[in-house]
Design a binder for this molecule. Structure first.
Ligand SMILES: *[C@@H]1O[C@H](CO)[C@@H](O)[C@H](O)[C@H]1NC(C)=O
Ligand SMILES: *[C@@H]1O[C@H](CO)[C@@H](O)[C@H](O)[C@H]1NC(C)=O
Length: 564
């Protein structure tokens, strides 16, 4: 007995001291070198604490995908019958053997983790760099982005124990680097340019794009929404704050028909806040709030300010805001986000996991809109490139990507409007005929520079240049797809208000509707292109195109298309 016990202790000690190689670690994710613009600037202090998150393999995402399409496709008998919180969690929650395997491993390593998602598929814990290096056979180092100075502790590869393969989906942050540049709207000429006016152009659009111009151009109702259960959420990241005084000035200038004290509700996560000094007013946050509160008349609107407690990039916040909404019994029916980054900066596993989060929220009945990016075919910002750079999360099939137009009669593609084809996700069936028509129309143009089997984006577009906002008390004109996403989101919210008032379901995940019964409810944009990577990019054309999507909204036609 005694001898046996001694042998057991010896083997336990041996196990604890074993080098990673003998612990049967399997390479899980790696990247080919340091991403563009970053350099390895030193090793990470072994004692520094790393906040790590691990995702468990989710239970039945194929089942949830089918359920999502059933409730989002107009021809389906289940259209509009969105899933409850419990129903979605039932699909997403990891299998018991995955939970057991991961818990056993964590406790054998003396790690206590907390659950950070309602379905239990994400866990979080802090460990020293030295322990993380040993646990995952990683080389966590400090990487610095030369131009912006942004620093991050990352590793170029990591491994996981053999027994967790098939149970552990990914570890973050590891090989996904933070977005060095914030994807923000460009402040264009503060002196608005004059648009040539003729009889076909609303005179409200003569100088700048304002709420009145958009109401005239797209036929958006000015009368207040009536349904208090119908709500709209605006994402706020990277210390972008929405200013109340600026919103009042904006409404006094551009919505003289409604009370200038109309405002938004603040919700905060991850230590977020919304300081109100004029100096703190963010161009992006003010734009997003002014073109929701100022356009989705009467729709209760929240600004969800995501703090930086757990992040050195946007992506932890991208996950946390969705998990925050998924944890609600009644999440907002529309979420607009004007932040994003290049697809190739996000690991496939993390991109896929975030995309699955949009699938979950879509199944609950929330329409998820993102700005497509401002670098044409060269990515979320203009960059030098040979091959076109798709943006994230526009390539995810379970969200709606919004591009930008400019000019009034006719609207043309804004040249910065990001669009193209994902390298991570294939063409979803709702889009396959739109994409194949476009691809056959361009022949061999740009061939070899983009993935012709990828999901095409954007899905739709709206005005994105010379858009009037108020920041720190002054009026400015801004440009970017950041303008287009809140504009489109407001239209969806107003349609939802009418649907709910008529006893019908809100629209939820939009794309299967947009590409079928909704397709003819858009103003087709057929001129302009999105240059980048030393090419002219893609051209807008009749029907769907990867610059302006299906086109810009016609509210009256959309009303009919949704069955009102
Ligand atoms: C735009 O039009 C206004 C009103 O007609 C005029 O006063 C202004 O000078 C014009 N601005 C430019 C830049 O042409
Ligand atoms: C092109 O897209 C397909 C479909 O998503 C994907 O499987 C493939 O890996 C992509 N090719 C490249 C070179 O990224």
């Amino acid at each position: 007995m005694v001898a046996l016990r001694a042998a057991l202790i010896a083997s336990l000690v041996a196990l604890a001291c074993a080098s990673p190689a003998t612990r049967n670690l399997v390479l899980h994710e790696s990247r080919d070198g340091v991403p563009d613009g970053y350099v390895k600037s030193g090793s990470a202090s072994p004692d520094a604490n790393l906040k790590l998150r691990i995702a468990l393999v989710q239970g039945d995402m194929a089942g949830l995908e089918k359920a999502l399409y059933d409730v989002s496709t107009p021809s389906s008998s289940l259209y509009g019958q969105h899933l409850s919180k419990q129903e979605v969690e039932e699909y997403v929650k990891p299998k018991q053997e995955s939970v057991d395997a991961v818990n056993q491993w964590l406790s054998s390593e003396g790690i206590s983790a907390s659950t950070i998602s309602p379905a239990g598929d994400w866990l979080q814990f802090s460990i020293p760099v030295s322990k993380a290096n040993e646990l995952f056979d990683a080389d966590f180092s400090v990487f610095t982005h030369s131009e912006s100075g942004k620093q991050a502790v990352r590793t170029l590869s990591y491994s996981i124990p053999q027994e967790l393969v098939g149970h552990l989906d990914l570890v973050h942050p590891t090989i996904t680097f933070p977005n060095p540049y914030s994807h923000l709207p460009v402040v264009s000429s503060p002196a608005p340019k004059n648009v040539t006016v003729d009889a076909a152009v609303p005179s409200s659009c003569a100088r700048t794009v304002t709420p009145t111009c958009l109401q005239d151009l797209y036929g958006i109702p000015t009368t207040p929404a009536t349904e208090s259960s119908n709500r709209l959420a605006v994402s706020g990241f990277i210390e972008q704050y929405a200013n109340q005084a600026d919103l009042r000035t904006f409404l006094r200038s551009y919505r003289t028909d409604i009370s200038s004290s109309t405002t938004f509700t603040l919700e905060t996560i991850d230590g977020g806040s919304n300081p109100q000094s004029g100096y703190d007013a963010g161009v992006e946050a003010n734009l997003d709030i002014q073109y929701t509160v100022g356009l989705a008349t009467g729709v209760p609107t929240s600004f969800i300010s995501v703090g930086e407690d757990f992040q050195d990039g946007d992506l932890e916040g991208f996950l946390d805001i969705i998990n925050y909404l998924l944890d609600m019994d009644q999440p907002q029916q529309v979420l607009t986000t004007s932040y994003g980054q290049n697809e190739n900066t996000v690991s496939r596993s993390l991109a896929n996991n975030l995309c699955n989060a949009y699938m979950q929220l879509g199944a609950r009945g929330t329409s998820i809109l993102f700005a497509s990016g401002d670098g044409g075919v060269s990515g979320s910002q203009s960059s030098s490139c040979r091959n076109f750079v798709p943006t994230f999360p526009s390539g995810c099939p379970y969200m709606t990507s919004v591009g930008a137009t400019t000019g009034i009669n006719p609207e043309t593609a804004a040249d910065f409007s990001s669009g193209g084809f994902s390298n991570y996700w294939g063409v979803p069936s709702y889009q396959s005929s739109a994409v194949s028509s476009y691809l056959s129309s361009i022949g061999s143009t740009n061939s070899g520079r983009f993935n012709s089997s990828g999901r095409g984006f954007p899905d739709v577009s709206a005005q994105g240049e010379n858009v009037a906002i108020v920041v720190d008390g002054s009026r400015e004109g801004v440009a970017g797809t950041s303008c287009s996403s809140p504009i489109f989101a407001s239209i969806v919210s107003l349609l939802n208000d009418e649907l709910i008032a008529a006893g019908m379901s809100p629209l939820g995940f939009l794309n299967p509707f947009l590409y079928s019964t909704g397709a003819s409810a858009f103003n087709d944009v057929t001129s302009g292109d999105n240059p980048g990577c030393s090419t002219n990019g893609f051209s807008a054309t009749s029907g769907w195109d990867p610059v302006t999507g299906l086109g810009t909204p016609n509210y009256a036609k959309l009303r009919t298309a949704v069955g009102l």
